[in-house]
Design a protein around this ligand. Structure first.
Ligand code: MSP
Length: 521
């Protein structure tokens, strides 16, 4: 039984093109959760990777000019681009699994053999539809007029001898399981969607492609004329990725599989049934987030409306991009992307609120106090003391509130950011209301000291709470405050930070720099 471990995954992405903002979104959300759980002192394993088999990749290889049979060369060229983009976006994954890795292929074959031994795989004839861009099989009932119900593209009609996985056998079990485990599929509307889908009789899943039609895949261990259907191969990455690191026993099962809503059925129906057939433990939560759209359309390569995350990171900063993607919409819902919305949020939250708070605080500290923070924080001005106690209350509530949102099965990431920014707002108001420049004019240094010390406390805690979201900016705040070491080493632990107050070391030397988030015109 695992105790202090946290295992979280992203989907593995098709390598038919370079990553776009939609892929970056999932990566960033998982990175935030992973960094957050590390700060709680948990042992975290964050798995990501690439899905390299199937017809889509075979087609892309041909289109690239490389001939048939040269798929591996093609994917080897694309994979480094994914890794590069993840590095630029500050994605600290623990392992990158590729489905062409031998450990993965061996795991797929081992699992398929087991399912066959259990009597869950049989041969039959597949007569139905197939969508190459979605790599998904559809029945006559699902595919009206030969159009893909997911992406609205034309489907292929397929009639071929194939292998099948007995999904129907497990339908009742799965329905009961989902009903008994309220947070197995999140958010709730996605859970209802799956239960709705399960009202229809489940057909057995076609899990192979004959090599003479499509040969780019993992060979079926019990029939050399076939390769494994790409989704059946891909889902197993969640196990092979851990195996590659000899970490399976320590981390299995996953705490979260984070995906987007378009691949919910594969994760919330196929995958649990595969695990059940293998007598393996199920993931605790499958969380399907929404889509980033342009207008009404999902952002995707095939629609030709992609936004390059590297372009945005270079123009506005990586942390601004991370902040925007998670603050602009509640995790789980769709978002409509426009650069104007990006700039608006950047200016209001980052340049005005957070950037200004840091800047004003450090400027006043430099101007009004001889030594940075005096250890004597006693202040005789009643008015200032009363205001101070208000900010203290808000600040002491910050970590518990952030915790409540981050650890909620709804993954309230936007709402956690709102809590943090609300304290920033309170601190800015505190400056307006107390007007430390007046106390300074009246030469009441104790009152000035009290107010500035409070602001430093706020900035210290805000930097800690923001670290998972904006690791670079939060470290910069930390450094400018003159605090030692790395923010990542701090713990968002209620036990250790019960009273999140008066933790700013006195006498700290500040290191004011240029504004963190210069206003964008
Ligand atoms: N290879 C499969 C997944 C196999 S997982 C065992 C696949 N790959 S994909 O390249 O199409 O990536 C899909 C994932 O990319 C989505 O689940 C989501 O995480 C992310 N997104 C792609 N486009 C997106 C948006 N426009 N908006 C939000 N997320 C998007 O499916």
């Amino acid at each position: 039984m695992k105790k202090n471990q946290f295992y979280i995954t992203t989907p593995i992405y098709y390598v038919n093109a370079n990553p776009h903002i939609g892929h970056a979104y999932t990566q960033i959300a998982v990175d935030v959760l992973s960094r957050y759980h590390k700060m709680l002192g948990e042992e975290v394993f964050f798995l990501t990777g690439t899905d390299e088999h199937g017809e889509k990749i075979e087609e892309a290889t041909l289109k690239s000019g490389l001939g048939q049979g040269r798929e591996k060369e093609f994917v080897d060229k694309i994979v480094p681009n994914f890794k590069k983009v993840w590095d630029i976006l500050g994605i600290e994954y623990d392992y990158f699994i590729r489905t062409t890795d031998s450990v993965h292929k061996e795991t797929v074959q081992e699992f398929l053999n087991k399912m066959k031994e259990n009597g869950d795989i049989y041969q039959g004839e597949y007569d139905g539809w197939f969508c190459v861009p979605c790599e998904t099989f559809w029945t006559d009932g699902q595919a009206k007029d030969g159009i893909c119900p997911e992406c609205s593209r034309k489907l292929q009609r397929i009639k071929e001898k194939n292998y099948f996985f007995k999904m129907s056998k497990y339908q009742d079990w799965l329905i009961d399981y989902i009903k008994a485990n309220q947070t197995f599929i999140m958010p709730k509307n996605r859970r209802n969607e799956v239960l709705g889908f399960l009202k229809e009789e489940l057909t057995d899943l076609c899990i192979s492609r004959p090599k003479n039609r499509m040969s780019w895949g993992v060979e079926l261990p019990f029939d050399k004329d076939y390769v494994v259907y790409v989704w059946f191969d891909a889902l197993i990455n969640y196990a092979s990725g851990l195996r590659a690191c000899h970490a399976f026993d320590k981390y299995w099962p996953a705490d979260f599989h984070i995906i987007a809503k378009d691949i919910l059925r594969h994760h919330a129906v196929y995958w649990p049934i595969m695990l059940k057939s293998l007598s393996m433990e199920l993931p605790k939560t499958i969380f399907a987030h929404g889509w980033w759209k342009m207008g009404d359309e999902k952002i995707s390569k095939s629609k030709g409306n992609i936004i390059d995350p590297v372009f945005l990171a270079e123009k506005y900063g990586v942390d601004a991009l991370r902040y925007f993607l998670l603050k602009a919409v509640s995790f789980g819902q769709d978002g409509v992307y426009t650069e104007d919305a990006f700039i608006h949020l950047y200016n209001s939250d980052l340049a005005n609120d957070l950037g200004n708070l840091l800047n004003r605080t450090l400027t006043m500290l430099e101007k009004y106090l001889e030594s940075p923070v005096s250890p004597d924080r006693k202040c005789l001005v009643q008015e200032a003391v009363a205001q101070s106690s208000k900010i203290r209350t808000a600040l002491c509530a910050l970590f518990p509130r952030v915790k409540e949102r981050m650890e909620n099965p709804n993954l309230f990431l936007k709402e956690a950011l709102e809590e943090i920014m609300s304290v920033v707002g309170i601190a800015n108001k505190y400056i307006e209301e107390t007007a430390p420049w007046k106390y300074n004019k009246a030469n009441n240094k104790k009152a000035v000291d009290l107010i500035i010390s409070d602001l430093l406390e706020v900035l210290r805690s805000v930097a800690i709470a923001l670290f998972p979201f904006m690791p670079h900016a939060s470290q910069k705040i930390w450094d400018q405050l003159g605090l030692r070491g790395e923010v990542r080493g701090e713990e968002i632990s209620i036990e250790k930070n019960a009273d999140n107050w008066r933790r700013f070391p006195a006498g700290t030397k500040i290191a004011k720099k240029d504004p963190l988030f210069p206003r964008v015109q």
